[in-house]
Design a protein around this ligand. Structure first.
Ligand SMILES: Cc1ncc(COP(=O)(O)O)c(C=O)c1O
Length: 479
């Protein structure tokens, strides 16, 4: 085959994907809408695609790139003179390393028993994964069911000598609201516990806005680390995030160093060995080109669009905005007794060319959280807010006319008797068939699937969801 044909095949593969540009895909992707960003990022990425950031002594260029980006993040996000940082592969890895560092420091202080991580229920799932990987108990901190902000009184109740870290979000992914960072960081500090601010999604937006309700960054007393993703509102290609730590000691606590084998001495600041430098170089190039003024303009554009969107939703019967969106994320929930089911609404919006992300209802002490639709607003959506609101109003009318998705009670009752840990892959397949998720393709309307997942006991739902993905990942049989 010639290279053009190979590339044409790849392009054809993308035909079934949601669009990465244009502002209608309101999760997963971040589009600046600026001409030239893609080309610059691609050229930078290409120049560094064979470089290995594993060894900055062999490739001093990547150390410079990393130092420049960490320095920029520290300047933006309140880093003090001692503060340092690390480039990682994404938000999940930054969150994992923050948890690992805190656990290591707790152990070094003499901590014993099973370590605990205090997590607002709205903290990103990446922290649950970190707890799972690093043998830590994830302890749920409830949020206020009205504001969806983490409850400081619960933090006070839950802090103990086994707590290695308290997490807050700036803002949270599910609802886009800012946790009471200063209050919780202060409580943690008083108990001698570090506090991580997860600003993965908001950290490259909030510093540029003039209506941020309260301080949230590394300058807040008690905040010991902060994560911010360049591959989100830094408008860089996928694969680059920053973890900032208030001290070099805390950064060292997530490094791994060994001379205990006959090969080259290893020092890994992150979880990976070989580190791709392409995304780092692309982030560096985009950052250098956009500069502070460019980022401020993009952040303010996305924020204005977010405010217009929230104001417009107020005029759509049966829908409301949850809490007070602090940055550029919005969660929509059903409003009132004649409210619109948001799972049906998601399907209706998909049919109109938008991707709004359904989030299931969530039970927690102190008041359950409703099902919501998540919208990540980027600069590219800014020019389309009227179209979005028009489609939302139309889709809300259509969704209101649909029956509410309900889970089959027999299936739910049967699921309650299942121990997911004992299920074989074949049994999971059988259950998926029973649930009406048959064959390779997912149903066109996902509302019934989401309704079923929410009605099942959480561990069963988690196993079935993994089963769905197991079907997606089936090796191609090559001839
Ligand atoms: C607040 C927050 N933290 C962590 C993450 C995880 O980031 P990633 O998907 O880059 O691993 C996200 C992703 O949306 C996020 O919004």
């Amino acid at each position: 085959m010639n290279p053009q044909d190979v590339l044409a095949e790849l392009t054809a593969l993308q035909a079934g994907d949601v669009p990465t540009h244009g502002g209608a895909t309101m999760a997963y992707v971040y589009d600046s809408g600026r001409a030239g960003v893609d080309e610059l990022a691609a050229a930078a990425q290409a120049a560094f695609q064979w470089t290995n950031a594993l060894d900055p002594t062999a490739f001093p260029s990547v150390a410079r790139i990393e130092n420049d980006l960490v320095g920029a993040a520290l300047a933006l996000l309140g880093g003090g003179p001692e503060a340092v940082g690390t480039l990682t592969s994404g938000g999940t890895e930054s969150c994992q390393l923050a948890v690992l560092a805190a656990r290591e420091q707790w152990r070094a202080r003499g901590g014993t028993g099973r370590p605990r991580l205090l997590l607002p229920v709205t903290a990103h799932a990446a922290f649950r994964k970190a707890a799972h990987l690093f043998g830590i108990e994830a302890v749920d901190v409830p949020v206020d069911p009205g504001t969806c902000r983490a409850d400081p009184a619960a933090v006070v109740r839950l802090l103990d000598e086994r707590t290695v870290l308290v997490v807050v979000s700036a803002p949270s992914y599910p609802h886009g609201v800012l946790d009471p960072v200063a209050e919780i960081a202060g409580l943690a500090a008083a108990a001698g516990v570090p506090c991580h601010v997860d600003a993965c999604i908001g950290g490259w937006v909030l510093p540029f806005l003039d209506d941020v309700p309260e301080p949230f960054d590394l300058s807040v007393p008690g905040v010991t680390s902060l994560s911010v993703d360049l591959h989100k509102y830094g408008y860089a290609p996928k694969g680059v995030s920053v973890l900032l730590t208030a001290t070099p000691e805390l950064r060292h606590a997530h490094w791994f160093s060994t001379a205990g084998w006959p090969g080259y001495p290893v020092v890994n600041p992150t979880l990976a060995g070989t580190r791709p430098a392409g995304a780092m170089a692309a982030a560096w190039a985009v950052h250098r080109w956009l500069g502070t003024a460019g980022y401020r303009e993009l952040a303010c554009t996305a924020r204005r669009a977010t405010v217009e969107l929230t104001q417009g939703v107020a005029g759509i019967a049966g829908l409301r905005v949850v809490g007070r969106p602090a940055a550029t994320l919005v969660a929509l929930a059903e409003d009132g007794p004649d409210g619109v089911d948001v799972l049906n609404l998601a399907d209706e919006m998909t049919a109109r060319g938008w991707l709004l992300q359904p989030q299931p209802p969530f039970a927690q002490p102190g008041g359950n959280l409703p099902a919501t639709l998540h919208l990540t607003v980027t600069a590219a959506t800014a020019g389309r807010v009227d179209a979005l609101l028009g489609d939302l109003a139309d889709a809300a009318r259509a969704a209101a006319a649909l029956p509410r998705p309900v889970a089959d009670p027999e299936l739910v009752a049967a699921a309650a008797t299942i121990d997911p840990a004992t299920l074989s892959v074949a049994e999971v397949e059988g259950l998926l068939e029973l649930a009406g998720i048959s064959g390779g393709a997912l149903p066109e309307r996902m509302a019934p699937v989401h309704a079923l997942v929410s009605a099942l006991p959480r561990p069963v739902a988690e196993r079935l969801l993994a089963g769905v993905l197991g079907r997606v990942y089936r090796p191609t049989v090559s001839g």
